[in-house]
Design a protein around this ligand. Structure first.
Ligand SMILES: [Zn+2]
Ligand SMILES: [Zn+2]
Ligand SMILES: [Zn+2]
Length: 144
């Protein structure tokens, strides 16, 4: 089964119709490199802006796509291997994104919940830094 079919089945299993224009958006997503913006998808033919936004939102809700806030504050998307709540490390040099396996601050959230009296329903955390490839490249430059 292709990724396109697998994602279509997932959507249908949740009661969403997979129209030809939604299929076009999913196909465009699967052609993207590591991460992409909504504008990247709009450059593909086959679906209007509203469909692109709606399809992205649906795919995010069912955990096929995750949102990544880049260091420049632009919102990117990426096909998720996790399917559930998780965080990312983002390279501030090359923009490489890696999923973290699990929520790293679940304990902190529980503490903050009792400290504030809030029932905390969500949070967003990205980690920024330099990936190992960029670090070894800059070491090579320094070594001349
Ligand atoms: Zn990098
Ligand atoms: Zn992710
Ligand atoms: Zn978390």
């Amino acid at each position: 089964m292709s990724d396109l079919e697998a994602i279509s089945l997932k959507l249908e299993a949740r009661g969403h119709r997979v129209t030809p224009s939604r299929r076009a958006v999913i196909a465009a997503i699967l052609q993207q490199s590591e991460h992409f913006t909504v504008d990247d998808l709009l450059s593909y033919q086959g679906a209007g802006r509203a469909t692109v936004f709606r399809t992205i939102r649906l795919l995010t809700e069912i955990g096929v796509v995750c949102r990544v806030l880049m260091e420049d504050a632009s919102l990117h998307y990426r096909v998720s291997e996790r399917g559930k709540h998780h965080h990312h490390v983002v390279c501030s040099d090359c923009g490489r994104v890696q999923d973290l396996d699990q929520c790293v601050i679940a304990d902190v959230m529980r503490e903050l919940s009792s400290a504030t009296g809030f029932e905390i329903e969500g949070h967003w955390l990205e980690l920024y830094g330099k990936c190992s490839q960029c670090r070894s490249r800059s070491r090579a430059v320094l070594a001349g």
